[in-house]
Design a protein around this ligand. Sequence first.
Ligand code: ZN
Ligand code: ZN
Length: 294
Amino acid sequence: MPIGFHTSIAGGIDKSVQRVVGAGCDTMQFFCHSPRMWKIKMPEDKVIESFREKREQAGLWPVVVHTSYLINLSTPDDELYDKSSTLFDFELELCERLGVDYMVTHPGSHQGRGIEFAASRITKAFKRAREKAKGDHVQILIENTAGGGTQTGRELSDIKDIIESATQLNIGLCFDTCHGFAKGYSFEGSGEKSDEKSKASPLPATIEAQIGLKHLKLIHLNDSKGEFGSKVDRHEHIGKGKIGKESLRAFLNHPKIIGIPLILETPENDEGTDQTNLKTVRSMLSTNSKQRKR
Ligand SMILES: [Zn+2]
Ligand SMILES: [Zn+2]
């Protein structure tokens, strides 16, 4: 099961590879530029080339980019939509050039206009970006949200609607465990003991019913600071939050989940780091799930 974490690209995109390989990652995620700025510059060819080489040598898979936080492709505000769509075009083009496998994006906020409106805005932007980017290697994944305000994608069934409204775009799902818990998708099995629980994680069945497990390509693995159903999007170290180790263990070792790549987006502070969280997750996986699959 490939495991990695979100890392910084300080010093250049190509420098990020050493950082994750040194920490023992099989996969990685990064922002391809500062995620809170509209301005973005294409890296030099030699940096892109160096990234591709290092990534190949390290055998990292999948390589994941998370799009900018500013992008809102569901918005009814035309100016914000145009800016978002332009930045999205640029990021997809850069991802194609870098040889990235998955580009994860938040579906934005529709300000009360509803999922049909949001889906048509989102897929229109995806289509344009696909036409502009040279290459079709990168798969776009939509991430589920914690569900505050008028966010698109709090219901997995909303993401299904978007995926099915444009099947030719081959859009996939990135499931964030913190967001799913905050939204109110249950992680608790019905078993009393921990080994019974591990057989009983109800979440894969929920994902199957709401959207279809075949669309699940990536998991953002985070514990949650917020309570169940709170709609609060605050990530916590694995096992130290409100989801807890046993429920996360049960989910990760479920036969339908084994093999799906995991990316940690956990905090770095006195209570833990990317490295300690990586170690915790490895210790939670059964031997079956440690095998890599691609
Ligand atoms: Zn996430
Ligand atoms: Zn989050």
